[in-house]
Write a protein that binds this ligand. Sequence first.
Ligand SMILES: O=c1ccn([C@@H]2O[C@H](COP(=O)(O)O)[C@@H](O)[C@H]2O)c(=O)[nH]1
Length: 233
Amino acid sequence: MNCQSPIVVALDYPTMAQSLEMAKRLDPSQCRVKVGKELFTTAGPAILDELHKLGFEIFLDLKFHDIPNTVANAVCVAAKAGVWMVNVHASGGRRMMETSANALQKLDHKTLLIAVTVLTSMDQSDLIEVGIDLTPEQHVKRLARLAQSSGMDGVVCSAQESSILSSELGKDFVLVTPGIRPAGSDQGDQKRIMTPTQAMAAGSHYLVMGRPITQAADPIAVLTQVNRDLGVC
Ligand SMILES: O=c1ccn([C@@H]2O[C@H](COP(=O)(O)O)[C@@H](O)[C@H]2O)c(=O)[nH]1
């Protein structure tokens, strides 16, 4: 299913049953879905088959971060499972990203490989605590340049950095932005946020939305409204 919407719904649930209950209410022509650490840890690779059977394109958000050989092999397993997108941590370095990109190229699968820059839950004080004396924007730019020159298709960043990355790295470099909060919704643990409309205007390609949809009284109404506001679907 080729979805016109930029929305990727984060299926962050503690059981396969709960995630499938939500997935069955969603329409694969109106959003993609994301399988992250919580769901994958409880459900395993079987969840990918179930979501594929429902017609969804899947972002497998496991943020691999390990030695080059281990990450490259994990990325290839994900690609062979048919996921639409998979990610690694850019801070794993050039060799880790290049080895993964090269391994993926040898496969027939057209999986997008992207790198996480600075988690959207982090602000400058969090960076200082882990020894990085840069603003989030400076560190995101540094990691995104490294990711691009290491063969990544794009990065995960906050929408607050989309505009600068889009002009510096080009419009084809895929920008996937979590930390999306419709006006008035709870920020939760996210620090660098933007509304869906602001994020698209800033140059984001895909908007990851979890709790504002999944914890809403009427998740489908929220998704439908966001798609309407964005002029898609
Ligand atoms: O920098 C990052 C990278 C990944 N995420 C993931 O996106 C969703 C966001 O969920 P919300 O409920 O909309 O906050 C979640 O699965 C994270 O693991 C991120 O938030 N930031």
